[in-house]
Design a protein around this ligand. Structure first.
Ligand code: ATP
Length: 290
């Protein structure tokens, strides 16, 4: 099932505080989206709107062409997984997976049990007795096995150790290949997860910053290194994200179209053009200095 997501001029206020301001973008189905933003940027606020936990204050959201708010037909196809407090959850792992199966039409029980085994989750243990990392692995298991057309993971994986996160990334890519859906991953672990993203959406202080295909976005960033005066001349007029000095050498991060002609020109001027990572772009595109 394919469900497109439209976010149109959406604002969200908490008692007069604007957590999201006039955000607009579209999400196509079948892609993995990285949702990036610094602490307090509004990621969770945005995701709770997509998951219908809240109502927009201004603007509108459409999922599959319909307003998702209190719309049971749409909501069964949107799975929102986040760091949940399971203190009071006495159900065991197997029972919990059974419960999820009841309200997720595409749930794959065998796959859920396979994932539980990969994450070494004890099926008979009450969930409030699992370690934090195991609770996160259970959250991820429920999210992947539900195969909801729109699957949202809001930093669910932070509690998991590195080997468990690696299993999650492998399973996510493989299951996404076999059962494409819209996957939204909100994260701070940018350098660890960037290879998973088809598209990147960045928000900052409640404002939409960009939505770009990962490859295009990364190709827009470059680091220009060489004699300071030459480097300064070359980048004049470009969006500069950051600069570092080492003696008379300067490395300047730029963002924008750097076509082949400009790259050749840099070489003629004795400047080196290098790539920059999504993590660097994220840090500098969302820092106050830009
Ligand atoms: N229930 C609430 N009442 C008032 N303000 C809130 C509420 N929830 C969030 N906020 C505020 O809205 C802003 C966005 O918060 P949100 O949790 O969406 O950010 P985030 O990008 O998910 O942050 P983090 O990466 O730190 O989890 C923050 O300034 C936060 O303090």
């Amino acid at each position: 099932m394919k469900l497109e997501v439209e976010v149109n001029n959406v604002s969200l206020y908490y008692n007069g505080f604007a957590a999201l301001k006039d955000c607009s973008f579209r999400m196509e189905s079948g892609k993995i989206y990285g949702l990036l933003g610094r602490n307090g940027a509004g990621k969770t606020s945005l995701l709770t709107l997509l998951a219908s936990f809240r109502k927009v204050t201004e603007g509108f959201i459409e999922i599959g062409g319909e307003d998702p708010f209190e719309n049971a037909k749409i909501m069964q196809h949107v799975a929102f997984h986040y760091e949940t407090d399971y203190k009071e959850e006495w159900e065991n792992v197997k029972g919990m997976l059974k419960n999820v199966e009841r309200y997720r039409p595409y749930f794959d029980r065998d796959y859920a049990l396979y994932l539980a085994d990969r994450f070494k989750l004890p099926l008979k243990k009450p969930i409030n007795k699992l370690s934090k990392g195991m609770q996160s692995a259970l959250e991820v298991t429920m999210g992947l096995a539900a195969r909801a057309p729109i699957t949202i993971f809001d930093e669910t994986y932070l509690g998991m150790d590195a080997p468990a996160r690696e299993i999650f990334y492998q399973e996510l890519l493989e299951d996404q290949t076999n059962h494409p859906r819209t996957m939204i991953l909100s994260t701070h672990l940018v350098s660890e997860m960037d290879y998973l993203f088809d598209d990147v959406i960045m928000i900052d202080q409640g404002l939409f910053v960009l939505h770009e295909d990962y490859e295009t976005l990364v190709s827009k960033g470059a680091s220009i290194t060489g004699p300071a005066e030459e480097a300064d001349k070359f980048v004049s007029g470009m969006t500069q994200l950051n600069e570092q000095h080492l003696g008379n050498t300067k490395a300047i991060m730029v963002y924008g179209e750097l076509d082949d002609a400009r790259r050749s020109e840099a070489q003629r001027r004795g400047l080196e053009v290098g790539p920059i990572s999504l993590q660097d772009l994220f840090i500098h595109l969302t820092s106050e200095e830009v």
